[in-house]
Design a protein around this ligand. Structure first.
Ligand SMILES: Cc1ncc(COP(=O)(O)O)c(C=O)c1O
Length: 385
């Protein structure tokens, strides 16, 4: 795959290696947003069908991306919203504890912590090993060992958001199924850039904010819920999710039924006329590139950087437990972090500091020039230290 920078409008003088913070807008996504906004100039042209058609398309496209049925997809405003829907519907008789990993993203941690406190369950947090060349492997093993018949649910991100540690979703999903635990996955930092399959990995809920690797706008996301959740209680009661929603003249003939599948978990005003067309355009572009190709592009692009890091004593996860599109590295002794961050700033290199890791997260708009610039700064600051 060739670089796709021409499809974005990033400034020429910067090196944006921070998609895990927020993706830049594709030109096509921006155009879809502007067209969506302009539609409301004349509401007479917004038809009743428009409240439903675009939403159905987006649900179908996300279903294709993660290998799940479109009826099980819900349009959500944020990862925290989608996670709350899943976590508050974990059956109370499913076990005595829930499991997550250390430094999980707050949108996962807070609803899980609150569910545990409210219902008298233990929250087990699995830390990584202190120091080990096989940190990712051992962390995965510790997680798998902790899952037992008393586990109500495992709630984790598909890769660790601070440093890209890969969690073996296939093995964790299988273990959850074997003991009857629900497997709730936050895909915000991977879906769109790393292949994921809800059926193969036996996932019960997969929740994604769209503004990172789905290349969508802010304040919209998508979630897939397994049929286990089809009779749960939603956060809010949007009329759009009821079986009579298409009949605008008869909305007050109130009904008890929700639309099938996971529709009950959709946010109010899910037919957002600006954000949905943007997300639709982004999903089309991701499908056209192919998620596997995006992952491979990122991995190949960053190979010289990883070679440099490994050769010069920076800490990185081994390749089999490290995502290609998002990874962290720690600094060798003696290299001053604030000097490095200042040098990144001076050279217009955009990465993130997360926990103790410097997090690098490229995408197909990045080129060898960006990677060379990053290596150049690391070399320069290392020699100065
Ligand atoms: C793993 C993960 N989940 C979710 C989010 C965003 O959550 P929310 O949509 O609740 O703001 C982030 C943002 O950095 C993240 O890294």
């Amino acid at each position: 795959m060739l670089p796709q920078k021409h499809l974005f409008q990033l400034p020429e003088d910067g090196h944006y290696l921070n998609c895990a913070y927020m993706s830049p807008l594709l030109k096509g996504v921006e155009e879809a947003g502007i067209a969506g906004m302009q539609k409301k100039r004349n509401p007479a042209k917004i038809r009743q069908e428009d409240f439903f058609a675009e939403a159905e398309t987006v649900r179908a496209k996300f279903g294709q991306l993660v290998n799940g049925h479109p009826a099980q997809v819900a349009i959500i405003p944020s990862a925290s919203y989608g996670l709350q829907s899943a976590i508050s519907n974990i059956p109370l008789n499913n076990g005595t504890h829930a499991i997550t990993v250390s430094e999980e993203f707050p949108s996962d941690y807070y609803p899980l912590k609150s569910w545990c406190t409210r219902f008298g369950k233990d929250l087990i947090v699995i830390p990584p090993p202190e120091s080990s060349p096989e940190k990712g492997k051992i962390w995965n093993e510790l997680l798998l060992e902790a899952i037992n018949p008393d586990t109500a649910a495992v709630v984790i991100s598909s890769i660790h958001w601070t440093n890209g540690t890969l969690f073996d979703l296939g093995k964790i999903g299988a273990r959850c199924k074997a003991v009857g635990a629900l497997f709730i996955v936050d895909g915000t930092q991977s879906v769109g850039a790393l292949p994921i399959d809800v059926a193969a990995f036996q996932i019960d809920a997969l929740v994604c904010a769209a503004y990172k690797w789905l290349l969508g706008p802010y304040s919209i996301g998508l979630a897939w819920y397994s049929p286990i959740f089809n009779h749960g209680v939603p956060i809010e009661e949007s009329w759009l999710n009821r079986t009579n929603a298409e009949n605008f003249a008869g909305l007050t003939n109130y009904v008890d039924d929700y639309k099938p599948g996971a529709a009950r978990y959709q946010v109010g005003e899910s037919s957002n006329f600006i954000l949905l067309p943007m997300l639709h355009a982004a999903l089309d572009q991701i499908a056209a590139w192919g998620v596997g190709n995006i992952q491979q592009y990122c991995r190949q692009l960053t190979t010289p950087l990883l070679d440099f890091l490994i050769k010069n004593g920076f800490g990185v996860e081994v390749e089999s437990y490290r995502a290609g599109h998002l990874f962290g590295f720690s600094l060798p002794d003696g290299l001053d972090r604030s000097n490095l961050l200042a040098a990144f700033q001076q050279n217009n290199i955009f990465v993130s500091l997360r926990g103790s890791s410097i997090r690098v997260s490229p995408h197909v708009y990045n080129t060898e020039t960006d990677i060379r610039a990053l290596i150049g700064v690391l070399e320069e600051v290392s020699t100065r230290s």
